[in-house]
Design a protein around this ligand. Structure first.
Ligand SMILES: [Zn+2]
Length: 197
């Protein structure tokens, strides 16, 4: 395969794959339709009844939710919100990371957020496997060593929630007066149980 490079603007060159006699190779700037055409089709339908053009980027209900990437959670529906109402921050395990804090600083100063709910959930894989087991699982299955990453698993989900709530509350750069709470979402019933400390 022949490759050429262009400056990306960030220092490192970006490799471009060109068509060669070996066949057609995917260029990095091509949209992989075979993987995403169902989304484009759905979006065509979505546009027909689109009703959010009046919204701004501010959180209309002053809420931010920090929750897990688990696909069973629809964070807005869980608490009776809809598009425009809340900021949703998601990652594996609903953990308060540096990036979550960075985002909350912007959300609280500039995007009307005045209350933050940290919402992990039942049956979360991040709350049952130990860190080493997850690294080993990926290594066994794919032969990739991920030990340079910290997945932030825990075997004490409530303890981790308490610590994460405290981490947000004590973060010195967060706007004064922001209220922080925690709750655990039950993926079997849809109920959220407030963490009472
Ligand atoms: Zn989860």
């Amino acid at each position: 395969m022949r490759r050429s490079s262009v400056q990306s603007g960030w220092g490192a060159p970006v490799l471009l794959h060109r068509n060669t006699e070996e066949g057609v190779h995917m260029s990095q700037d091509q949209f992989p339709h075979e993987s995403f055409d169902d989304l484009l089709a759905a979006n065509s339908e979505y546009q027909k009844t689109f009703k959010y053009s009046e919204l701004t980027g501010s959180a209309a209900k002053g809420l931010a939710i920090v929750t897990c990437m688990d696909s069973r959670i629809n964070p807005l529906s869980v608490v009776g919100m809809r598009s425009g109402d809340a900021k949703i921050l998601r990652n594996a395990g609903a953990r308060v990371t540096e990036d979550v804090l960075r985002t909350l600083v912007l959300a609280t100063y500039l995007l009307n957020v005045n209350r933050i709910l940290v919402m992990p959930h039942t049956d979360c894989a991040m709350a049952r496997g130990d860190e080493a087991a997850i690294h080993k699982l990926i290594d066994d299955k794919y032969g990739v060593n991920t030990s340079s990453l910290e997945f932030r698993t825990t075997n004490d989900q409530v303890g981790a929630l308490a610590s994460d709530i405290n981490r947000v509350r004590s973060y010195p750069l967060l706007r004064d007066g922001v209220v922080v709470a925690g709750a655990i979402y039950d993926v079997k019933t849809g109920k959220i149980t407030p963490y009472e400390g």
